[in-house]
Design a protein around this ligand. Structure first.
Ligand code: TXA
Ligand code: MG
Length: 348
């Protein structure tokens, strides 16, 4: 299949291209598009056959439900039963990186929700995404636009690398600003459940939700937030988290002696330790940003994990970050990349 790759300017939308992409959606095809979190792979959420194409293109397990993207709160009300807490969250955080799980209304295709009675809805904060949803005139179901199991795409090029030949159309724009997927919160019953940490933090949500709990085992087995059940975000190499420069040096020395190809992802601060890192080749190093500004680290984390595959790393070392604010989302993704058994969000 030929894949069209159109680069758009978020500040000066090419409405012809948006309309062409919207026509693909209405015809039951899939389209990749930018959001502020990561790029999404969208299809008409009311068309079961179209949604099936998302699962096929990504190689995604079908028990893994999708987020429905809307352009207005009114459209969210057509998709889900919106309660008072959800409405406050929408008014406060939308458009933005928050997906809200609610009882679903009829009309949404059964494979969007993997047969569950609930649906996740989100209004993305990106002019291209919003224009596409409006032009299509339908809610758009969209997971991240990566091959299943690979790090989520934060550039149009990432999407192209993963899905060229498998989908008809990619809308590209600037690199994703947030860099990790949306926070997912279930607000159907009390207490609310934080299914996936993201840029909107538990503390921000607690103002409206009251007590918020982390998912129990039952929610992991029924994959409401499938990152918990499936290996996610992983580069091909084995990922190890390291806490200190000394730990990195020791582990690096060990694997280098075994002749392994190594990649090392670090905050900028570790560069300043200069002498200590001099045995590590520049070509193996990827700097994630300022450790004191974890939003920079979030923005670059998936690019960093993809870099590991670009240099064919067999062993990957990544620095640990504090689990405060968006750091919780960063560490959640890194723990999954490192396939830590039994790790939910914190290091309990
Ligand atoms: O930022 C994002 O959320 C991106 C962009 C494209 O919007 N999308 C994304 O989708 O990350 P995906 O499919 O990679 O992750 C969807 C998450 C999963 O953890 C899934 O289990 C959860 O949302 N989810 C979807 N529907 C759900 C439901 N009915 N109940 C519980 N969790 C649900
Ligand atoms: Mg995903």
């Amino acid at each position: 299949m030929e894949t069209k790759f159109w680069q758009l300017d978020r500040d000066c939308l090419d409405t012809d291209k948006i309309n062409e992409a919207a026509a693909y959606i209405r015809r039951g095809e899939v389209v990749a598009f930018p959001t502020e979190t990561v790029y999404g792979l969208g299809a008409n959420a009311c068309d079961e056959n179209a949604v099936k194409k998302i699962f096929t293109a990504k190689g995604r397990p079908s028990d893994n439900p999708l987020i429905v993207h809307v352009a207005t709160i009114e459209q969210a009300e057509m998709v889900a039963e919106v309660n008072d807490v959800a409405r406050k969250l929408m008014e406060t955080f939308w458009p933005g990186p928050l997906s809200i799980v609610l009882p679903k209304k009829p009309g949404i295709a059964v494979n969007v929700t993997a047969g569950q009675p609930t649906v996740a809805v989100r209004m993305p904060n990106h002019p291209v995404a919003l224009a596409l949803i409006k032009a299509a005139g339908v809610p758009i179901a969209a997971p991240s636009a990566n091959l299943s199991g690979k790090p989520s795409p934060t550039t149009g090029q990432h999407v192209y690398n993963d899905l060229c030949g498998k989908i008809p159309c990619i809308l590209g724009a600037e690199d994703a600003q947030v860099g990790v997927e949306s926070t997912v919160i279930q607000v159907c019953q009390k207490p609310c459940v934080l299914l996936r940490p993201g840029a909107i933090t538990k503390e921000q949500l607690a103002v409206f939700c009251g007590e918020i709990v982390l998912p129990g085992k039952a929610q992991i087995d029924v994959p409401q937030a499938p990152g918990m059940k499936y290996t996610h975000y992983a580069p091909n190499g084995k990922v190890y988290l390291v806490d200190t420069v000394q730990e990195l040096k020791d582990a690096y020395g060990y694997w280098q002696k075994q002749g392994k190809k190594i990649a090392v992802l670090l905050p900028n601060q570790w560069r300043e330790t200069g002498e200590n890192l001099k045995e590590i080749q520049n070509s193996q190093l990827f700097f994630l940003g300022d450790a004191c500004d974890l939003s920079q680290v979030a923005r670059h984390i998936f690019k960093g994990l993809r870099y590991c595959d670009e240099i064919d790393a067999e062993i990957v070392f990544v620095a640990s970050f504090p689990e405060t604010g968006i750091g919780m989302a960063v560490m959640n993704r890194l723990a999954k990349a490192a396939q830590k058994e039994g790790w939910a969000y914190g290091r309990e």
